[in-house]
Ligand binder design. Sequence first.
Ligand code: HPA
Length: 266
Amino acid sequence: MATASELAAHIRDIAGDAPVKLGLILGSGLGHLAGAVEGIAIPYSELPGFPHAGVSGHNPNLVIGTLEGVRVAVFGGRAHYYESGNSAVMRLPLEVLCELGADTVIATNAAGSLRPDMPTGSIMALTDHINFSGLNPLIGEPTDRRFVPMMDAYEPELRNKLLAAAKSEGVPMQQGIYAWYSGPSFETPAEIRAIRTLGADAVGMSTVPEVILARFLGLRAAAISTITNMAAGMSDEAISHEHTKAMAPLGAAKLEKVLRRFLRDL
Ligand code: HPA
């Protein structure tokens, strides 16, 4: 398997040497943002060791290029724990991101809302997470670097810049705590009541392992959820992957405005 530095060299051969500033991981139904980048799309299948992000609604390309004047690497699709049983599946892509020069990663996802005042179509900046899965992508990491502190894992300064960008754009953006549930089945209403009691505001099947890996690798991290449904038992709304993909564009339009403004103001 190619190492992260070999892959980064290969990517630089294709997409040019200029260092990348920031990585963006796109969640379900948000893949179109990759098309907004002026640059080069490299299919994951051409990057040995990159996951086969096989979930419909994802776009498994790494796009290197410029968005609002900032050199970015956009992961058009992520791999999830539930696809392979490997929670460290995004480690190599994030290592490559570091090798390309990035110091920051912003993860996006589709999520269910646990808050009646945060309906479908809302966007939410993560302030923290609850790892409801009990899994950890650093299990098996042999060095003491595995003991990663998770205080302010979602960096307040970065989040404040995203909130300021949302405000400038007139886009309401909530803040809240995201609970990671392994998936791929959705949660039961009893599980949703439980994680609500524990303090979660939104629930989803991604992002948490990536943020743990990002902090392990020394990347600054932020994450934004687009709310595609009320969580199980909270409304009569359908809960399905089809529904997630159908509803993601509501939040995606807001998210794109916020991210563009954030990048412009960097
Ligand atoms: N639960 C878990 N993941 C999700 C949901 C949900 O309700 N909606 C979108 N992704």
